[in-house]
Every structure is written in C-alpha cells, then in structure tokens.
Design a protein around this ligand. Structure first.
Ligand code: UD1
Length: 460
C-alpha cells in the first residue's frame, strides 16, 4: 500500500526506451529452455500462464502479481499501446519481491507479437509437451508438428503412418488471461471496424487456436460498460443485469427472477465489442463445457504499483479521469474539465467505483485459482471487479489534491456524451466464488498515482 516504506530500484539491465516496430516478432526469454527445444519431447513440464496484452496498464500489474504468486508467465504484447521497458520494470519488482521473501523467481518470457499473428501457432507449439504413449519411436524428431492431427480421443496421431507410435500433446499453458483489446470509447466511435476487427474477430480466431492446443482455461477482460443504461438504475450493479443466456436468480427480497439475454443502451462500438465478446464466450462454453471461462467486468481501474515504477503510461492521449488529472498536476494540461455537475448525486458530479489496479490484478489470480478449484459455478461466468463503493468526481479531485498537496484547477462543463451518472459494483458474487475482495481505498490510489506522476517527472 502507499503507506509502505519499501524502496524499489530498477534493474541495472534497463535499457533506454528503444521502441520496436509493432508487428515484428521479437522474443526476450529469461531463465527457461523452451524455445531451444521447440518440440520438447518428454522435456520440462513446468506450466505457464499466458498473458496476452501483458505490458499494458492492467496487464503489467497482473503479470507482476502472477510472478509474486509463483506462476511462470509468458507475455504476448505487440507494444501498440505499451513499452518494452515495462517488462524490465515488472521483472525488477518481481525479483525484489522474491529476494525479500526467499523465493525462487519464476520464469518470465516475452514475445513481441500481435495476438492475431500467424506466429502465435508456432509459439503455442513451442509451449507444448509431447509424450509417446504407445510403442517407443526410434527417432522422435520424425514427428513434425504439422503432421500431427487431433483424434476423437484428444490424442494427436501422426496420420502419415498409423503404425507409428502415438504422441500425446499437452500444452504447458495452463491458463490464458486476455487483455489485448483496444479500449478508447472515443476512438471506437471514429473507427468501429478497427475495434470489431481486433476485439471481436481477433478473439474468435484466438479461441479457435487455443482450442486446437487444448487450452481451455480463459480469463477475459470485460468492463462495466456492458451494463449499458442499466447503470442508471442508481443501485449497485449485479451480474444478472447483463446475461447471455436465460438465467434465474434470487433478488434482494428472496424472490426468484428470470432474466433474458441482452442489454439496453450500449453507447459505443467499444462497449458493444465487450458485450459481443462475452456472448461469444458464453456460447462457446455452452457448446463445450470443458472450457472454463471467466469474464471479469472491471469498474474504474485506477492507481498503480506502490513503488511508483509501474503505472498507467499509454501511448495514447489519456481520457479517463485520473490520468487526465495527472496531466493537470504535471502542467501538461492547464485545467481539468468536469463533465457534468447536474447528476442526481450528493455533489452533482458523477459517481464511479474506483478500484486500485493491484486489487484488480489480484482479481485475475483469484479467477484462475477459482476455476482450477472448480468454484466458478458455470463454464462461463461473469464477475464484477469493483469495491462496491462509489466516489464522486469531486471526491477524487479532493483525494488527489490531498495526496499531492497541490490545488488542481477545474472548469465545469456539460456532460460528456455517453456518460452515466452512477456506476458502482455489486461485489458479492466475486467475494463468494472468487474469494476475492478489493482492499485498497481511493486515498491509496491517489497516493500511488502521485508517486508515479512524480517519478515520471524526474525521469523526463
Ligand atoms: C470510461 C469509459 C468506459 C470504460 C472505462 C475504462 C466512457 C464514456 N466510458 O468509463 O467505457 O470501460 O472508461 O476505464 O468513456 N471525467 C471528467 N473529466 C475528465 C475525464 C472524466 O469529469 O477529464 C468524468 C467522466 O465524465 C465520468 C468520470 O469522470 O463521469 C469517470 O470517467 P472515466 O475515468 O473516463 O471513466 P468512465 O466514464 O466511467
């Protein structure tokens, strides 16, 4: 937490921000030997969590928490909205943590790659273990990956010669966390096809590829935006307000209610893409219940790692409240526009459920653990990740003024198109099934954001 006195230093191996051309495959490997032996017959069986989009704001904090929990991590990121230096920062922080706790540093691998690229197949093949399950084969290298075909039993057979020994393929990727999506509401309105292509079509192809490799444990980054105008109900939003197949549940009075799929009032292609992706995942899990899919509906992720080393550092101009306030604090922007002061809220400004990004990151680990332990109640299950507490825009401002000891100039302007007045999570489902709850406060978030903002000013 922000009150901690821990100090962090960057790994000496950190290089200046040399940017690579997005789309070019690059690979940075630490520790392991997997790529040297792509078929890895009867080789290492250590498993990895693959984090797609793992160097972005939420992805990087999640990778760090995974490493701290002892998971080996394979990061896939095309650096379209992130920087490779983030990898070294995450690695440095994880090493510090492991050293301080006397633990072994897990493996951290990175491929600079668009998750839609054809290279993904090669990457997944290199993270597969092969074992011979019938007569011993004289020369294992004779089983090129391309000739292996999946049989009904889920066993890969070399179809060129049915007499050859069968080879079982097991993926060493035990779970996937998928962050690689575009997320600007405003940009999605200008470029809808870009959003549907990456967020929706990309997901469909990716799921097909994972299925081919028998990887069926999937955590999806969703958003409270899927509640559409449901957010205007003025009550904490429960997951049943947006479902993809008919569902029954007990309401707060104990009465049984049946809800039908669909949602009203989605306002942007970005929001629709999240809803569509959830629907696709729900249909997939219905058709094949051996999938375990959790869609995590984020409320308003804010804050950053307490070290001030890791934070929200997008290539694009910020538009979310706290990143915009940070640009006012650094003087890059002269004044904060408050969008709307006439909402039906205590001070007239909109209410949001701001969740610290480290709590959010830990929610992903809870989701992986719950699905492994069979605690998620269905093959496709949605969870709100929020605090269950709302704060107004003015309260956020006050909190950042307190943290920074600076006055933040504001200008009151009209409501922003597509905004809702109130958006707060009902958090019971995540607490019960994921055994997770947010622990950090808005003031923790503000303290950590201010740390990060100061550190960025010193760097530049
Ligand atoms: C926004 C997206 C949402 C997305 C989420 C991800 C819109 C309409 N919604 O949510 O789909 O999932 O980010 O983080 O963009 N505000 C100001 N001045 C500013 C910026 C924001 O007053 O300069 C206000 C907004 O009007 C809003 C509140 O602060 O009332 C929070 O805004 P923001 O941080 O952009 O998040 P959301 O709008 O909740």
């Amino acid at each position: 937490m922000s009150s901690s006195s821990s100090t962090y230093s960057l790994s000496p191996s950190i290089t200046p921000e040399v940017l690579n051309t997005p789309g070019t495959q690059r690979s940075v490997l630490f520790d392991d030997d997997v790529v040297a032996d792509p078929l890895n017959i009867d080789g290492s069986t250590s498993t990895f969590i693959m984090v797609v989009g793992g160097l972005g704001y939420i992805g990087s904090h999640t990778v760090l928490e995974l490493l701290k929990e002892g998971y080996n991590v394979l990061v896939i990121d095309d650096l379209s909205n992130s920087y490779e230096t983030v990898l070294n920062r995450v690695r440095g922080l994880a090493i510090d943590f492991c050293t301080a706790h006397g633990r072994r540093m897990p493996a951290l691998h990175f491929r600079q790659l668009d998750y839609r690229s054809a290279h993904m197949k090669t990457v997944l093949a290199s993270y597969s273990s092969y074992s011979i399950i019938s007569k011993p084969a004289p020369a294992p290298a004779r089983f090129p990956y391309s000739t292996l075909q999946r049989t009904d039993s889920g066993i890969d057979m070399d179809m060129d010669d049915a007499q050859e020994p069968a080879v079982e393929r097991l993926s060493r990727i035990s779970g996937v966390i998928h962050f690689a999506a575009y997320k600007s509401v405003e940009e999605s309105i200008r470029m809808p096809l870009r959003y549907y292509s990456n967020n929706v079509c990309g997901l469909v192809d990716f799921l097909g590829l994972l299925e081919e490799f028998g990887i069926k444990n999937f955590v999806f980054s969703s958003s409270a935006t899927v509640y559409g105008e449901g957010a205007n109900c003025g009550l904490p939003l429960r997951e049943e307000l947006c479902v993809h197949h008919p569902e029954s549940f007990l309401d707060s009075d104990g009465a049984e209610r049946r809800v039908l799929p669909g949602v009203l009032g989605l306002t942007s292609p970005y929001g629709r893409s999240k809803f569509m992706c959830e629907s696709i995942l729900a249909d997939l899990a219905l058709s094949d219940p051996t999938w375990s899919i959790t869609a995590l509906r984020y409320f308003n992720p804010v804050g950053c790692h307490e070290s001030g080393i890791l934070g929200e550092d997008p290539r694009q101009k910020p538009s979310n409240l706290i990143p915009v306030i940070a640009t006012v604090l650094t003087g890059t922007k002269p004044v904060l526009d408050i969008f709307g002061t006439d909402w039906n809220t205590p001070d007239g400004t909109a209410v949001r459920d701001f969740i610290h990004v480290v709590d959010l990151a830990r929610g992903h680990i809870a989701a992986l653990a719950a699905s492994t332990a069979g605690r998620t109640l269905a093959p496709f299950r949605t969870y709100n990740l929020g605090t269950g507490r709302g704060h107004t825009v003015r309260e956020v401002l006050q909190s950042l003024e307190d943290a920074s000891q600076r006055k933040i100039p504001v200008r009151e302007v009209g409501r922003r198109a597509g905004d809702v007045g109130f958006c707060v999570a009902e958090v019971r489902r995540a607490e019960t099934e994921l055994q997770w709850k947010a622990e950090r406060s808005l003031n923790d978030c503000s303290g950590d954001v201010w740390n990060f903002t100061k550190a960025r000013c010193v760097e530049s």
